[in-house]
Design a protein. Structure first.
Length: 439
């Protein structure tokens, strides 16, 4: 380790910045954000450094930097000179600033660019509300230390606070709910009781693991148990932590294994046992996902629950195949339907997106025709949207049943979405050449 990493309290203390370059201005802004009393001068004199605890130098020239460095060192003030590691008593790292949570990244001056790249990766990984979690911990520090006497129990309490239900509620923006949880856990820790867990109803997106939200990816690494739909692909389940219990609770058409009430009961049982449970649903849990029913069941049971939205299949898959659902030249509204739902009237300038409709393509076609959609209206069937084996067929509404049959004839068994409307003309038809072989 070339440099000793320290966090230096400069609040209310004098820090000198020498130079009027953009780099000097950035350093002045950085130390100001830490509460320092900043004195910025274009050129340095000995009197400028009186009472200073640190100095930053960036005059824009080597001669100016060296001259200011000599004056600062003579005054006994530690110095950082921008882009001149040999003249530095200390270095300024790349900083991730989340108020109470600060992460510093340094390469010892070898590659500031590498430090910046690493900072960007950490920025993306850290939740935006992580500072609120630190603030919550500070709020309860004295109380926890007073109520929990055994060091092992105290460590377990703090670990649960920053990783458990209270943390998840803070990161979801529910500070009041998190405070209630901590108070309950403090009381339970004092009595030696076990604390309940939390459920997260999470959208897995349309299938591509890279389309998971950051919060969904984080929760997959934290969950004790993941109750997942059949439509969630293995590539997403592979993002779970290694020791998480994976429970398939799918209700895919024709292969019903779990009744909805049984899924809800299983979630309640596990949360009451103290587990962190992720209920992982394809797409978005509130778009044909019955996530609302599960949310209500957990709330009725008095348990902690949070919802993490996902990219719904209609949006993700349409984007994957190049269909803008509301292209202003063709459509000004979008209707989402399940395969067994009736179509709405007034279809001019509208895009219909039909979930779970491929197996009922003839019925979907007939209902749309009855609702006034023209037989010549373009359609697209997208199977396994956003995934490596994505296939697209295009045609007209009149031809919808044949298109769907062609998919099944080619061995397709993946989840499919039907898009009906002028925008379907814009799809890139990956499966079209194959259709000719079975037509």
């Amino acid at each position: 380790m070339k440099h000793l990493p320290l966090f230096f309290d400069v609040a209310g203390r004098k820090v000198v910045v020498v130079g009027d370059s953009p780099a000097a201005d950035r350093r002045a802004a950085t130390v100001l954000s830490a509460g320092a009393a900043v004195t910025q001068v274009a050129t340095a004199e000995a009197a400028d450094f009186a009472g200073a605890v640190a100095a930053f130098i960036s005059t824009g020239t080597e001669e100016g930097d060296r001259a200011a460095h000599r004056v600062a060192r003579a005054a006994g003030v530690p110095v950082n000179v921008a882009d001149r590691p040999a003249l530095c008593d200390f270095i300024l790292p790349a900083i991730v600033d989340r108020d109470d949570v600060v992460v510093a990244v340094s390469t010892g001056g070898a590659s500031p660019t590498l430090a910046t790249v690493l900072r960007g990766k950490i920025e993306a990984a850290l939740p935006e509300r992580i500072s609120a979690l630190a603030a919550l911990a500070r709020t309860f520090r004295a109380q926890a230390n007073a109520l929990i006497s055994r060091p092992a129990d105290r460590r377990a309490f703090w670990r649960r606070l920053v990783e458990g239900p209270a943390a998840r509620l803070v990161l979801a923006g529910d500070i009041a709910g998190a405070r209630r949880v901590v108070l309950g856990e403090l009381d339970g820790a004092r009595r030696g009781d076990g604390a309940p867990g939390i459920a997260h109803i999470v959208g897995a997106g349309p299938g591509d693991p890279d389309l998971l939200t950051l919060r969904a990816a984080q929760l997959l690494q934290e969950a004790d148990a993941i109750l997942h739909d059949d439509l969630v692909p293995p590539a997403i389940l592979a993002r779970a932590r290694r020791d998480a219990e994976l429970v398939a609770v799918g209700k895919r058409k024709g292969h019903v294994r779990w009744a909805q009430r049984d899924i809800e009961a299983e979630m309640i049982r596990r949360v009451r046992a103290g587990q962190t449970v992720v209920r992982l649903k394809a797409g978005d849990p509130f778009v044909f996902g019955r996530g609302g029913e599960e949310l209500q069941a957990l709330c009725d049971a008095g348990l902690l629950v949070a919802v993490v939205p996902g990219i719904t299949a209609a949006l993700g898959i349409a984007a994957s195949v190049g269909i803008p659902l509301t292209d202003r030249r063709h459509a000004s509204s979008v209707t989402f339907l399940s395969g067994h739902a009736a179509a709405e009237g007034g279809t001019a300038g509208r895009t219909h997106v039909v979930y779970m409709g491929a197996s009922e393509a003839a019925s979907v076609r007939d209902r749309l025709l009855d609702a006034g959609v023209a037989a010549t209206t373009p359609v697209a069937i997208v199977e396994n949207g956003t995934r490596p084996d994505e296939r697209v067929s295009t045609g007209s509404l009149a031809d919808l049943a044949r298109l769907a049959t062609s998919h099944h004839s080619l061995g397709g068994a993946g989840p499919s979405l039907i898009i009906v409307g002028e925008v379907a003309r814009l799809a890139t038809p990956t499966a079209q050449p194959l259709l000719a072989k079975v037509s």
